[in-house]
Design a protein around this ligand. Structure first.
Ligand code: CA
Length: 228
């Protein structure tokens, strides 16, 4: 495989250099942009394998970059945000970002997130009728879920939730996204119901619900199914 090409969008020179140096050492190709307009241009002309996007840009909002890129590309986007931009981070995920890093972040964390994102893109087969992840298997046509080859019985709501998570494996999904996928709308009461369904689903698929293997909780944000 060729070296993955990463587009780094960051106006802060210190952080941009840190990211670029890290990518170089770890054998990634990269391009950098200091503002959103340039970023969109580079994304369009080079079709990067992943995008690292700072949300606070000098010209346009980082979320606008996501909206533009998502009109034609499904390339993984990892958002980099300051703590003060927490609500922007949720908007970014709702508009199609895969994941987020909060400043200050470690180089190891950055590399780990990037690996997950690239793997997600590499494994993506949206039309597949079977989903396999570790000991978990979903047959979408039959509507059956198996754990260690034993069928597990899910309620229709748990099954819907499982499908939303598995079809977006590797991506952080916001509460709003998940509830909209399940109920078509997103009300605060749906988010409480979602927590209930999540708890019962976890009891059926996780060995240890206190240390879930399949479904991660992102406090105040949402959930992610991990690719095992
Ligand atoms: Ca910035």
């Amino acid at each position: 495989m060729n070296k993955p090409m990463i587009l780094v969008i960051e106006d802060d020179p210190a952080i941009r250099n840190l990211i670029s140096t890290t990518l170089k050492i770890h054998n990634y190709d990269f391009m950098t942009a200091q503002n959103g307009e340039r970023a969109i241009l580079l994304a369009t002309s080079h079709n990067p394998d992943a995008i690292l996007l700072d949300l606070g840009l000098p010209d346009i909002d980082g979320v606008e970059v996501i909206k533009k890129v998502r009109t034609w590309s499904n390339t993984p986007i990892i958002v980099i945000s300051a703590r003060s931009e927490d609500s922007d981070k949720i908007d970014a995920l709702d508009f199609g970002a895969d994941d987020y890093l909060t400043k200050p972040f470690s180089v190891e964390e950055l590399l780990a997130r990037l690996r997950v994102a690239l793997r997600r893109a590499h494994n993506e087969k949206p039309e597949a009728s079977t989903f396999i992840n570790g000991d978990l298997k979903i047959d979408y046509n039959a509507g059956c879920v198996y754990l260690n080859n034993n069928e597990i019985h899910l309620t229709p709501m748990e099954y819907k939730l499982m499908c939303v998570l598995s079809k977006n494996v590797g991506k952080v999904l916001t509460h709003t996204f998940v509830t909209k996928e399940i109920w078509g709308v997103s009300l605060d009461t749906d988010i409480s119901s979602l927590r209930v369904f999540m708890a019962t689903l976890r009891k059926k698929i996780e060995k240890d619900t206190a240390n879930p293997q399949y479904i991660q909780t992102h406090v105040g944000v949402g959930y992610r199914m991990l690719r095992i």
